[in-house]
Design a protein around this ligand. Structure first.
Ligand code: COI
Length: 366
């Protein structure tokens, strides 16, 4: 369904200026003029973003919602020269009852603080982070897809914007939040993924920054992803860099395997991202009666599993149809009774307000 222009409207000039003064916006059209049926995981330019700055060893100024647009940077900015940057991803959902719901934004705030500490950056407080995500969501409300069509992906970004020539923390930091409506992360949609186990490239090493959401963790995996895609695979499973034997994660998500009633996933020991969806799925699976183990998981176990699935904010819960390792391809069972499907439906049901949220994970934006 395409929502007609007649049914859509931008913020009025008055509302936009009220927003810039951090007042709640009064009036919106319900939906942007957009084809909501063809959402993938690409950037769609929305109306507003949030921006706040601070200098080293200080707290962040009160942020502002401003028009979405480019950011001006010194050529010597810490992020450009030394990769001093971390990011988050979280989603806003529109419930069928019209409520706007966020999923565990406080957990993203905490993870940003941990990452900032690792990368020697200033970070916003948990309150400021959550408030920034809420403000960005409300400002871009007309870009939150209709129920069942997708979500508004929020991208909080913390970067060293001050100039630094020697290798040292930047003297100034910028905290931004921008937003884009998204659908399925993988071009496969909800079809099962075909993963390739790469034993040549590693995502992270012990003592590195693989456990935090540093921007520096992503460019190094692009070559592995592109090569896998050229061969028709959906994405890559990385192995540990020491033994080249234990699975770690997929480029943009955590990985789980199911064998009988036991669900196993690699323990987070500094080389694996502590996914918020990962830990939510662990709780949901335990509550559904599965035994969940966080431990070293050998690649051989992946090849002998009943089921494999991946989790992430962008990815949600994605079923894996096959894994290829050392020239051997295994295919997993499919069908409606999959553990991954049960977990997916429970997670999304909570996120969109259809299933009771006994965990207090969901935050309604009023
Ligand atoms: C997310 O799941 O939010 C992520 O950060 C994945 C991203 C690399 C696309």
């Amino acid at each position: 369904m395409i929502f007609s222009k007649a049914g859509a409207r931008c913020l009025t000039a008055h509302a936009a200026s009220a927003l810039r003064e951090s007042e709640p916006v009064v009036r919106y059209e319900e939906y942007a003029d957009f084809d909501w049926n063809n959402l993938g995981f690409g950037l769609t330019r929305t109306d507003f973003m949030y921006k706040a700055k601070c200098t080293l060893n200080n707290t962040f100024e009160q942020g502002q919602v401003t028009d979405y647009g480019n950011v001006e940077l010194s050529p010597a900015a810490g992020v450009l020269n030394y990769g001093q940057g971390i990011f988050e991803g979280t989603k806003a959902f529109r419930g069928e009852d019209g409520r706007i719901l966020l999923f565990r934004p406080d957990q993203n705030a905490i993870r940003m603080q941990t990452g900032a500490d690792r990368m020697c950056m200033q970070s916003p407080s948990i309150e400021q982070f959550v408030d920034a995500v809420k403000q960005t969501t409300i400002a871009n409300k007309r870009w939150i897809p209709p129920p069942g069509k997708g979500s508004l992906y929020l991208r909080p970004l913390l970067i060293g914007t001050g100039p630094t020539l020697g290798v040292s923390p930047a003297p100034e930091y910028t905290f931004l939040v921008y937003a884009s409506p998204v659908g399925n992360y993988f071009k496969e949609g909800t079809a099962p993924l075909n993963l390739y186990v790469n034993n040549e490239f590693h995502r992270a090493t012990r003592g590195g920054a693989g456990g935090v959401k540093s921007i520096t963790n992503y460019a190094p995996v692009m070559k592995a992803i592109l090569r896998a895609k050229e061969q028709g695979f959906s994405d890559v499973v990385y192995l540990d860099s020491v033994h080249k034997k234990y699975i770690e994660e997929v480029s943009s998500c955590n990985v789980f395997l199911v064998k009988g009633n036991v669900i196993s996933t690699p323990a987070t020991v500094g080389t694996i991202l502590e996914g918020i969806t990962r830990k939510s799925i662990i709780d949901l699976a335990r509550d559904l009666g599965y035994k969940v183990e966080e431990r070293l998981v050998a690649v051989d176990e992946l090849m002998e599993a009943d089921e494999v699935f991946t989790t992430g904010t962008a990815v949600s819960v994605a079923t894996v149809g096959s894994v290829t390792y050392n020239g051997q391809r295994v295919e997993y069972k499919m069908g409606d009774e999959l553990v991954s499907q049960k977990l997916y439906k429970t997670l999304v049901g909570i996120q969109v307000g259809k299933i009771e949220d006994k965990y207090n994970w969901v935050v309604e934006i009023k």
